[in-house]
Design a protein around this ligand. Structure first.
Ligand SMILES: Cc1cc2nc3c(=O)[nH]c(=O)nc-3n(C[C@H](O)[C@H](O)[C@H](O)COP(=O)(O)O)c2cc1C
Length: 217
């Protein structure tokens, strides 16, 4: 059984945006997006705030599916509510609960995860202060449906936005320049948090160039 996440371009210590699908005790499906960090080739980490359906189902069942997709509609539907059943394929799970699981039918890849440890703590950060669950899970089965699968990462999007603004910074008025520089700082924050080495090097190159041009940043 394949379990090596490097086969789908997911690497240790990197974070990706994924859609997690779960089934509750009554058989209802649920889908929601989450940031997922790779700990080892076959081990992943999630940080999920208390109160949602996904965390409840993960606690009840001890297992879930991670879907790799770049489909904007799937990210939107799963964020605003959940993904309608017509977009899901149900499978009977061969892992410990022998229950039913569901994956996104058009996902480029999906993998079944089994929870190895779940710790809950109080977390205060820029979003909110509430209970948060730290979940380590093992990949028990990886399915690749599209050989060109590429996991979603926020850093490349932030970098492209920063590059577009950079390319326009000398042709806009002062207020817009100020706005671009604020946006640059936000892109830099995202890239430092979830970017790979090339993305971090790129935003640094951009920053130095802006400083050399005389912008205060
Ligand atoms: C791209 C993206 C990434 C997200 N990452 C996380 C995360 O890592 N942890 C978390 O608690 N919520 C995260 N969220 C918010 C959850 O998806 C959101 O709270 C959702 O409503 C939970 O749905 P559920 O009740 O179906 O589980 C993220 C949202 C988006 C759009």
């Amino acid at each position: 059984m394949e379990t090596d996440l490097t086969k789908i371009g997911m690497y240790k210590d990197q974070q990706y945006e994924v859609i997690i699908t779960t089934i509750d005790k009554d058989g209802n499906s649920n889908a929601a997006p989450f940031g997922l960090r790779v700990l080892e080739d076959n081990e992943v980490f999630l940080r999920i705030f208390e109160g949602g359906n996904t965390i409840k189902n993960i606690k009840d069942k001890g297992e879930f599916i991670v879907n790799i997709t770049n489909d904007p509609l799937m990210f939107t539907l799963s964020t605003t509510n959940t993904i309608p059943e017509k977009y899901l394929t149900r499978i009977s799970n061969k892992t410990k609960n022998h229950g039913e699981l569901a994956y996104l039918t058009d996902a480029d890849a999906y993998f079944i995860c089994e929870v190895k440890s779940l710790k809950t703590g109080l977390r205060e950060d820029d979003i909110k202060s509430s209970d948060v669950n730290f979940i380590k899970s093992e990949v028990v089965e990886l399915n690749i449906k599209n050989k060109c699968v590429k996991p979603m990462n926020r850093a490349i999007h932030a970098l492209i936005e920063a590059l577009v603004n950079y390319s326009r910074i000398n042709i806009v008025d002062e207020n817009t320049q100020k706005y671009f520089l604020e946006r640059f700082l936000e892109s830099e924050r995202v890239i430092k948090r979830v970017g790979n080495e090339k993305e971090k090097e790129s935003i640094q190159i951009l920053k130095e160039d802006l400083i050399n041009q005389g912008f205060e940043i």
